[in-house]
Design a binder for this molecule. Structure first.
Ligand code: BG6
Length: 494
């Protein structure tokens, strides 16, 4: 492993929170099992809660028991990880806490520091300023990096302001902005599939592609996160980051090399080529809705407005569909339809490439697949794989074409589930590889596009959003969005 000379510390701000418990510590546990962590690694947590080292070890041990991927749990590995944990109790604005942190780093003789902002986003600027003021960010002789969780700002101005604060203390090359979708194996496979295979790339353009659909459907509701979600909605929670990243990876040109800057340069070009949606264009090319009570897996679930912490008059969208265009040479004229929502019937993330139709009527042939003769589906989760749908002659005397499928199943082929995104992302950051993290210009380009839509929505406020029943595929209006201009229909995931 590169860059691990000397002791390393991962310093987690917000170590008592959900993310650390569910994702970060279980990911470190898996990495430790795989012997991928630096030999001399400490984990230092800083948070307000009245914990000490033992409490941190106990609580995070519970997180491993509940959320680790590899079962049964190895006590030996849990103990090994626990022995590395240290807790500092402090509020995020108390300079004294950072001075204690600096001393801890010095006492542990740490050379390399990875700071992890897993705290509420409104505390980011304070934490960074205090790290700078206590010169904690400069106290180790090796490398220093910082991982910043999403949301990275809540519009273009706030993202720029946050960047300004972060750049006061850290250089861009030290900043690792997380979009955990980029850590998913099957998301990385988009690029491998496209650029490691000779047969698909020549088809990947307006010459052969009719349109592209990206679906990110969730069964979960807002859960205990109403405070955050009310201010966010799908557009900030999923669209500005995960969905635009999936779109950029699907549409980008081949990078000149497979390294952080080359890959991010190409994604940036796509984000900048998105045709801006402003004013009325934003209204007619997006469709928002909110879930009402319904059934998920046979269980009755509450409507959004009845969830704890949600304003009963809320107009926050829990579903968004949009029609986007990429105005570049490869994609001119090819619509990209995206949709994402909470409380949909199935958890599924999928990218569907719909290829051009052939003139079957010339032969008097009928395609039973209707609108979708050839579709290549990249199944990102939960059934990771790739499916190609094509037409075959249906048995019998009539010339009818039936849709059939060729399917690659990740689990059957490679055995086992792919690793968790956070395992890969933590490891890459420890190794100094920023390819799967977002760069400042990318984040700002995504916010610039998203903020135009937000501004248009703000100028045409709605008092009641359209609704959809929990457990259904979304509102009728989303069907109209895709069918009205181009007579397409949403692809039904398998
Ligand atoms: C997060 C969002 O970024 O992604 C959540 O804040 C969402 O609202 C989650 O549920 C989905 O991630 P995944 O990996 O379960 O698809």
């Amino acid at each position: 492993m590169k860059n691990t000379e000397g002791a390393t510390a991962i310093i987690i701000f917000g170590v008592t929170g959900d993310l650390t418990h569910r994702k970060l510590i279980p990911a470190l546990y898996e990495l430790l099992i795989g012997k991928r962590l630096p030999e001399n690694l400490s984990i230092i947590g800083l948070a307000r809660r009245d914990w000490d080292d033992d409490a941190m070890r106990y609580h995070l041990g519970q997180g491993i028991a509940e959320f680790a991927r590899s079962k049964p749990i190895s006590n030996e590995v849990v103990n090994n990880l626990s022995d590395r944990m240290h807790y500092i109790q402090s509020s995020f604005n108390e300079l004294d806490g950072y001075v204690k942190l600096r001393k801890k780093i010095e006492n542990l003789d740490v050379a390399n520091c990875l700071y992890y902002l897993a705290a509420p986003p409104e505390t980011y600027s304070t934490i960074i300023k205090q790290l700078g003021a206590a010169t904690t960010s400069k106290s180790s002789p090796g490398w220093t990096r910082i991982i910043v969780e999403k949301p990275y700002g809540n519009d273009l101005d706030s993202a720029r302001a946050l960047d300004g604060d972060v750049h006061q203390v850290f250089d861009e090359s030290q900043i690792y902005r997380i979009d955990h979708y980029l850590g998913k194996e099957t998301v990385q496979n988009i690029l491998v599939f496209r650029f490691a295979n000779g047969i698909f790339e020549p088809l990947w353009s307006r010459r052969n592609v009719d349109h592209i659909q990206i679906t990110v459907a969730e069964t979960v509701g807002v859960g205990s996160r109403a405070g955050y979600y009310e201010q966010s909605g799908v557009i900030r929670d999923m669209f500005q980051n995960h969905i635009l990243q999936l779109l950029a990876l699907t549409a980008m040109e081949a990078p000149v090399a497979f390294d952080a800057n080359a890959v991010r340069d190409e994604k940036l070009k796509i984000l900048k080529s998105l045709r801006p949606l402003t004013g009325n264009d934003a209204i007619t090319n997006t469709y928002r809705a909110q879930y009402v009570a319904g059934f998920i897996d046979g269980q009755r679930v509450l409507g959004y407005k009845d969830e704890v912490g949600v304003n009963p008059a809320s107009t926050t969208e829990t579903y968004l569909a949009a029609r986007l265009n990429i105005d570049n040479w490869r994609w001119a004229g090819v619509p990209f339809y995206i949709r994402s929502g909470k409380r949909l019937p199935r958890r599924v993330t999928e990218i569907d490439i719909h290829f051009n139709h052939v003139p079957l009527p010339l032969f008097g042939w009928k395609n039973l697949a209707g609108d979708a003769p050839n579709v290549l589906s990249l199944n990102i989760q939960p059934d990771e794989g790739i499916t190609l749908t094509f037409g075959a002659k249906a048995p019998g005397p009539l010339n009818e074409i039936a849709p059939v499928k060729m399917h690659f199943d990740y689990e059957k082929t490679f055995g086992g589930e792919p690793p968790e995104a956070y395992e890969r992302l933590l490891l890459d950051c420890l190794n100094g590889d920023a390819t799967l993290f977002t760069r400042t210009d990318e984040v700002q380009a995504a916010w610039a596009f998203t903020t135009d839509i937000l501004n248009a929505w703000k100028s045409s406020p709605v008092s009641n959003l359209p609704v959809y029943e929990a457990g259904t595929w979304g509102p009728v209006g989303a069907e109209d969005l895709i069918s009205s201009q181009d007579s397409h229909t949403w692809h039904m995931p398998d």
